[in-house]
Design a protein around this ligand. Structure first.
Ligand SMILES: [Zn+2]
Length: 267
């Protein structure tokens, strides 16, 4: 189902996620730099839309589990830094943290910065990669015919993940449809073949994902992404068009992490 911060971890109090932007100054730069900065400013709309979309899904049961609040009026707030020239995107320290920013790369031809936004917001709320919940190496996790797993193949990874288990906990079954399921990455491998993965995906579609992309199937997915990796990782176009969805497991995991005002008062 998911992989989340423990209850005594760095959860956002009351599910209120405060943030503020660090924006490029477009008044002084000229020429190409100015255009670059204007393009970066447009990311604000996309990020806001992604936050809205997360809230719509997670709070759809009528309980306000999470709120993204654009305000510095809180002891801790996340800085979203749109001024960095470095490559890559990162959410900084996960969860309730004001010490490291969420930064987004901007290379004119690269799509990574936009397609990663929903995933990075997942980290900010306190979700961790689904594949990082697997204990041991590939050999320790033979395919059982049930739930396929993406497993570590490099020996230092289990040790690294062991430390994260102090702060994170797995919830329910492994969820291949999680938006936090990291695309195929060096050091990880599926414990089953492509045909077995396909059979599992066909038999176990995610209801939220399927509602948005009913025609989704493994063959099309493989063609779209060029390699058998990103599962529920959206494309840039899907993020810009508001067509991405978290998995039902992501939504359920966040509801457990942030039970909402009523449940919190009852504790
Ligand atoms: Zn990530």
């Amino acid at each position: 189902m998911g992989h989340r911060l423990k209850d005594d971890g760095k959860k956002w109090p009351g599910g209120k996620i405060y943030y503020d932007y660090k924006l490029p100054d477009t008044s002084t730069a000229a020429g190409g730099q100015q255009q670059l900065d204007l393009d970066r400013l447009k990311l604000v709309d996309t990020i806001e839309e992604c936050m809205e979309r997360w809230m719509r899904f997670v709070n759809a049961d009528g309980i306000t589990h999470i709120q993204f609040i654009w305000s510095k009026d809180a002891p801790v707030y996340k800085v979203i830094d749109l001024t960095k020239d470095n490559e890559g995107s990162g959410s900084g320290q996960n969860g309730y943290d004001g010490t490291s920013p969420f930064y987004i790369q901007w290379k004119r031809q690269a799509d990574d910065h936009i397609k990663s936004i929903p995933h990075e917001l997942g980290h900010i709320m306190g979700l961790l990669h689904e594949n990082d919940r697997v204990e041991g190496m590939l050999d320790d996790n033979p395919f059982t015919g049930k739930n396929p797993l993406m497993c570590p193949t490099l020996s230092y990874i289990p040790e690294m993940l062991q430390k994260k288990r102090d702060r994170y906990q797995a919830v329910g079954d492994y969820d291949i449809w999680s938006i936090m399921h990291y695309p195929e990455v060096t050091g990880y491998k599926w414990n089953c073949g492509d045909d077995q993965l396909q059979a599992y995906m066909d038999a176990n579609p995610d209801p939220l994902f399927k509602a948005v992309q009913p025609a989704f199937n493994y063959a099309r997915w493989k063609k779209k992404m060029g390699r058998p990796c990103p599962l529920n990782y959206p494309t840039r176009q899907e993020v810009e068009a508001g067509l991405w969805t978290p998995s039902l497991g992501d939504v359920t995991t966040l509801r457990l992490l942030y039970p909402g005002p009523v449940a919190q008062n009852a504790q």
